[in-house]
Design a protein around this ligand. Structure first.
Ligand code: ADP
Ligand code: ZN
Ligand code: ZN
Length: 814
């Protein structure tokens, strides 16, 4: 029988293809290894899924041999490979696309070797695989060996003396000083006096500054209990992994009796991170590796520093800002087993952590764990799956757990660990006051969104030399532009959304000043119309679409009636900054949102906040995440209602999480904190429960509400997203899909409910009309059955100009 390999290739088809393994490669071709194979007369880079000696129904003459092997050691370890296959099946995603999420770049040396074999002649598509390497840096250091006295002269003697005095040096730097450095070093190396070593050092910003080791604090009772239960779970895994088989982590091990997946529910500042650090320590002590996932926005040098302070620099930090070379260096240090702890955002889910024993997902409720393009996976859900299959412990942590995770606790799938109090004994939860905007008018600033109570609270904070954060969930100066004559809203040409007016940096403001303070901002002109309502036509600035890349000037006239009176409406962070700076001329005001801040810039702003160089920080979500700012005693939520009205069944949950997280920024140390929430809707449960710090109460009620309306976690959803440039084409495809879903067996038996077709809430985006069909079921099985039944129709039964995306367990509903 021939030796056959099933190979996944990077084409948008879900199945794998069968190739013959030539005798020369038989010993080396293993699952997880990349191979070159011919596919429709092209050479493609594929990944071996399985190898076996078997007969096949396919005509043997039609089975082609594999062309070449790329990876001597499989790029994807067995544990990761089988997890990826399961992920692809779960999301109905093409296996080739899924594998690409986890595959490392190809080293240039590998490419050179293949070229030398002539394998890269002719057509080649490396499957968009990136190439890295060839930029290794050579280092030299003196060994412990001692030379015979008097045997070294000239540059060799000088070099050795330098290395002994200064320690390790890059060879390139030595060459700058010694013309003959290379040959001298070679001689020294031959005599055992110098060791040469090549590597790709991490040039990552997260490792730029040295980090001193810390002393672990003594845990409080709740932390100690949580750490002990996680430790017990890790101990149980070590036992089931079996004697003499420490590397097992095999998918089919029997699970231990105790829980191995946890929800760590701890209020903000309760010391969850300390529990993570202990869990990692006990995992490492048991000889297994650990993976930490955090929201992209929380992956800061400050956070990474806490891990480096505990574990040193043997960490792989995976983030979107890495160069290909750095990413590959991180990847190979994990893959090679040199580093056993990885920290990263969503995509760290695919890190090749050796002997995976622990996955931690911090801020598990965060929406950024869901990938919204390409393979639409949810990294938190998949963390649970990967841990389960790898025989690892999983800990989801949050101050505001997702409704999904709470439901898993209720169904006994997650064990709950609670940290009910803040870790610093003196720190208590802040006092929250609701400001009913229907009762309180504008304060001295004249802007109705800066009420008198908020104004007074800011004054008191400034007088006490403390700091304040003002949170507003709208970027830009004014969220919309309307016609003063006919009321028409200015919308994007490509999207059915309002354009936002951005004033941008003013010429009269000092360049680069983000914390200019009001001394630099012009005072409001006398009798200025109230910001937040309608305002006169401004000079300069741009209109931007927050959904596509459109940016353009403010039009001269209303597109509908031709009137010249276009008015700015509403309050964005840009305008809030200006208004606050004008109202508090003595305060240093800064803004933090996506417009002022790339990753480095936002770190700089937060650093100035920590150093006390900013009095009032205005910003979007970016101000809400995990920053430990001890002197912040006032947090103002400028408009709590903004997030609650969206047509999305998770709107209340998200609004609630945001309020609790932003309130958690106040009073983290000895000074008591205060939170002011401005709303026109004080009795809305998301607001009322947040004001009362009653997270369990909100969760309880929200779960009941979901049950009543039949949304997750009470049911399961799959969303078919259909879009097309032509409205009719999109609508037609959506109608066909819905009809087919209703008449497939699961639909007929009413095990799956088909909602739609309907236009999406954002009916047009980037020039494409959007429609959707929502599938809903009590169980996962029938939903999968329906999606499978639609596969054929999606492949060749629809207008080719319509695009259909399957979104299993959708998060974004707009
Ligand atoms: P969380 O991740 O739950 O928001 P952190 O882990 O950031 O909380 O802890 C909040 C603060 O409390 C940090 O400054 C941390 O160093 C401190 N902390 C945590 N645990 C302890 C402890 N057991 N004793 C003293 N301080 C602690
Ligand atoms: Zn008009
Ligand atoms: Zn647009």
């Amino acid at each position: 029988m021939p030796l056959l390999a099933d190979v996944a290739v990077p084409v948008p088809l879900s199945q794998a293809f069968t190739y013959e393994v030539p005798a020369a490669l038989a010993a080396e071709v293993r699952p997880g290894a990349r191979v070159l194979c011919e596919f429709h007369r092209r050479k493609l880079l594929g990944v071996v899924l399985s190898v076996s000696e078997r007969s096949t129904a396919i005509d043997p003459s039609r089975i082609k041999p594999l062309t070449a092997l790329v990876d001597a050691r499989p790029a994807l370890p067995a544990e990761l490979l089988s997890f990826l296959q399961e992920l692809a099946a779960y999301y109905f995603a093409p296996i080739g696309e899924v594998l690409r999420l986890a595959l490392p770049a190809i080293e240039r040396e590998q490419v050179r070797a293949l070229k030398a074999q002539g394998e890269l002649d002719g057509v080649l598509d490396l499957g968009r695989a990136k190439q890295v390497g060839g930029r290794k840096v050579a280092f030299a250091r003196a060994t412990d060996a001692i030379e015979e006295p008097g045997t070294l002269r000239g540059q060799a003697a000088a070099l050795l003396a330098l290395l002994r005095a200064s320690g390790e040096q890059p060879v390139a730097r030595l060459e700058e000083r010694f013309g003959n450095a290379r040959s001298a070093l070679k001689k020294l190396a031959e005599r055992g006096l110098v060791a040469l070593d090549e590597r790709e050092p991490p040039r990552d910003p997260f490792f730029r500054l040295a980090e001193a080791r810390d002393v672990p604090p003594e845990l409080n009772a709740a932390q100690a209990d949580a750490a002990a239960r996680i430790d017990a779970a890790l101990a149980a895994l070590a036992v089931t992994a079996g004697e003499g088989e420490p590397h097992a982590g095999a998918p089919h091990e029997p699970r231990p009796a105790g829980p191995s997946a946890f929800l760590l529910f701890g209020v903000t500042g309760s010391g969850k991170t300390e529990v993570y650090l202990r869990a990692i320590k006990s995992c490492l002590e048991r000889g297994r590796g650990a993976l930490v996932m955090v929201p992209e926005i929380a992956l800061t040098p400050q956070l990474v520093a806490r891990f480096r302070a505990r574990f040193g620099d043997d960490l792989a930090v995976l983030h979107s800002g890495l160069s290909d070379a750095d990413r590959h260096a991180m990847w190979s240090s994990l893959h090679g087993g040199k580093v056993r702890v990885a920290i990263g955002a969503r995509s760290a889910l695919f890190a090749p952590v050796p002997d995976l024993g622990l996955i931690l997902v911090d801020e598990e409720h965060d929406g950024s764990f869901k990938q919204e393009e390409g393979v639409r996976y949810h990294a938190r859900d998949m963390a649970l799956l990967r841990a389960h299959r790898a025989g690892a412990v999983c800990v989801l942590g949050s101050a505001t757990p997702s409704i999904e995770s709470v439901a898993l606790v209720r169904r006994g799938k997650l064990a709950e660990l609670r940290l009910p109090d803040r870790a610093h004994r003196e720190a208590s939860l802040p006092e929250v006051t609701l400001v009913d905007l229907r009762r309180f008018g504008a304060g001295p600033s004249g802007d109705p969104l800066i009420s008198l109570p908020l104004h007074r609270a800011l004054e008191r904070t400034l007088a006490a030399k403390e700091q304040a954060i003002l949170f507003l969930n709208r970027r830009g100066f004014a969220p919309s532009v309307v016609c003063g004559s006919c009321g028409t809203l200015t919308t994007c040409d490509a999207c059915s959304v309002a354009l936002t007016y951005h004033r941008g940096r003013r010429r009269d403001a000092p360049a680069g000043s983000i914390a200019a303070g009001a001394s630099a901002a012009p005072p409001p002109p006398a009798g200025a119309p109230a910001a937040g309502s309608l305002e006169e036509r401004p000079q300069g600035g741009r209109l931007r679409c927050h959904y596509c890349d459109y940016a353009g000037p403010l039009p001269e006239r209303c597109a509908a009636c031709g009137s010249r009176t276009l008015l700015l409406e509403g309050l964005g962070t840009e305008r809030l900054e200006v208004t606050i700076a004008a109202s508090f001329p003595e305060a240093r005001v800064a803004r933090l949102d996506r417009d002022v801040a790339g990753k480095d810039r936002s770190q700089a702003i937060l650093a100035r906040m920590r150093e006390g160089k900013i009095d009032i920080l205005v910003g979007t979500q970016m101000v809400t995440k995990g920053h430990d700012l001890p002197n912040v005693t006032l947090v103002g939520v400028v408009n709590a209602d903004a997030a609650l009205g969206l047509p999305d069944f998770r709107a209340a949950e998200r609004g609630f999480q945001l309020l609790v997280q932003v309130a958690g920024r106040a009073g983290r140390r000895d000074r008591p904190g205060r939170v002011l929430i401005q709303t026109r809707n004080p009795e809305h449960p998301a607001i009322a429960f947040a004001a009362a710090h009653n997270v369990p109460g909100f969760l309880e009620r929200e779960i009941r509400d979901r049950e009543e309306v039949g949304y997750p976690p009470a049911t399961r959803l799959a969303l078919l997203r259909i879009d097309a440039v032509d409205e009719g084409v999109g609508r037609g495809a959506a109608a066909k899909l819905a009809a087919h879903a209703r008449t497939c067996p699961e639909g007929l038996a009413r095990r799956v409910e088909v909602l739609g077709p309907s236009a999406a809430p954002i009916a047009r985006l980037r020039g494409r009309y959007r429609f959707r069909v929502l599938l809903r079921a009590r169980e996962r099985g029938p939903l999968r059955g329906t999606l499978a039944a639609l596969a054929g129709l999606m492949r060749d039964g629809l207008d080719r100009n319509a695009r259909v995306i399957i979104d299993v367990d959708p998060v974004a509903m707009l």
